[in-house]
Design a protein around this ligand. Structure first.
Ligand code: ATP
Ligand code: ZN
Length: 297
């Protein structure tokens, strides 16, 4: 079989992960020409194409080698590894992407008593994640009946087809609307860049390496802030001590004011008003917090 020389990434065709996934790829400098059937998008600048599919199909497509990488929820990836994918080469979570955050949780009717997993012994639990739930129950040594449903898991207790559920939760609104109470978290999930454990070493390997480097920059900058301020040399130590974590600040002279310095610091996360006020009290002025757009270490 002729190997592909272009990289192919699978992502969700239409759903919660679609927009943020396209956005992160765009910030990595990848743009795509959308084809009419919208299943395949040809990459314009770099040799990277997209395959738009249902999220549940993504791990299988990677395992079969149809795609090199996929953007998919950790929940889908782990479920695949525990069920469908057990015979194939293991898949690897190469990078967490920081969006599509949710958790896979156990929820019970408001009135049901719950202390820990053993409270579920002998109960029927509805879920679309039989692999993850089964493993969690086994690890806890609990014998319960897993009822696998494709969707609308949250209404199973009301319908009498289950006593409890195990489903994805983000805000918890759906649970409240169905008189359910979240009692245990099985998995903290977010979208990840998944791929085979061993990546190709041909031409695609170079592109992969480039993509990972850009992605690391994109992930890092999305959380980074550049802090600019002025301070006198006398206050420099006090101001520097209060700076939020990050590499050493850069100091620049201020023209015409030999006692003043301009300080530039890259901060690993948000800089709050409170932190700014503290730094100001220590002697800083002319403070700016700027988002970082691109970074290449
Ligand atoms: P598809 O048609 O691709 O199968 P889907 O209905 O399975 O779509 P979505 O509801 O779009 O998928 O969710 C995709 C992913 O978004 C989930 O697998 C999960 O990782 C993440 N997610 C974040 N918050 C939630 C939530 N509140 N409910 C469900 N999924 C969530
Ligand atoms: Zn799905």
């Amino acid at each position: 079989m002729k190997t592909r020389d272009r990289l192919r990434i699978a992502m969700q065709k239409s759903g919660r992960l679609t927009e943020p996934a396209l956005d992160v790829l765009k910030r990595c400098g990848l743009t795509f020409r959308q084809s009419r059937d919208k299943l395949f998008c040809f990459g314009e600048g770099e040799p990277v194409d997209l395959l738009l599919v249902r999220d549940d199909d993504i791990p299988g497509l990677i395992e079969q080698g149809v795609c090199d990488l996929g953007i998919v929820g950790r929940n889908v990836l782990d479920e695949f590894s525990l069920t469908t994918g057990v015979d194939g080469a293991p898949l690897k979570e190469w990078r967490p992407l920081g969006f599509g955050r949710c958790r896979l949780s156990v929820a019970v009717p408001q009135e049901m008593a719950y202390e820990n997993a053993t409270s579920l012994a002998g109960q029927r639990i509805a879920t679309s994640y039989p692999g993850l739930l089964g493993k969690w129950l086994r690890d806890a040594g609990v014998d319960a009946q897993v009822v696998t449903l494709a969707g609308s898991v949250e209404i199973a207790p009301k319908l009498g087809t289950a006593d409890a559920i195990c489903d994805l939760v983000q805000s918890g609104g759906t649970l409240v609307a169905n008189q359910l109470r979240e009692v245990d978290v099985l998995l903290e999930s977010e979208a990840v860049l998944a791929g085979p454990a061993t990546l190709p070493t041909d031409e695609r390997g170079d592109m992969l390496e480039l993509l990972f480097k850009r992605l690391d920059g994109v992930i890092q900058v999305s959380e980074s802030r550049l802090l600019l301020l002025q301070t006198s040399r006398g206050n420099l130590e006090a101001v520097t001590r209060l700076l939020p974590g990050g590499p050493q600040p850069t100091l620049l002279p201020v023209a015409g004011q030999p006692d003043q310095l301009m300080l530039q610091a890259l901060c690993a996360g948000e800089v709050s008003w409170r932190q700014l006020e503290e730094i100001k009290k220590a002697g800083a002025r002319e403070m700016f917090v700027l988002p970082v757009e691109k970074m290449l270490a």
